[in-house]
Ligand binder design. Structure first.
Ligand SMILES: [Zn+2]
Length: 63
């Protein structure tokens, strides 16, 4: 199973959350650099990151 994460186009952080938008659609908000916008980069999780999540070294929002 391939997992993907959303990352910030500015700083590359995966600390992204949805900001509720009105009519325009989804807006994303990066906690790290305060980027706010509709564009985020989606990328596959690499095995190392999945391992890290399993071991609890990386925060995972959904369980
Ligand atoms: Zn950012």
């Amino acid at each position: 199973m391939v997992k993907t994460i959303l990352t910030c186009p500015q700083c590359g952080s995966a600390d992204i959350f949805y900001e509720n938008a009105m009519i325009t659609g989804i807006i994303y908000h990066c906690k790290k650099c305060d980027y706010i916008g509709p564009v985020v980069l989606e990328r596959d999780l690499i095995d190392e990151e999945i391992e890290a999540m399993k071991q609890g070294r990386v925060k995972e929002k959904k369980r």
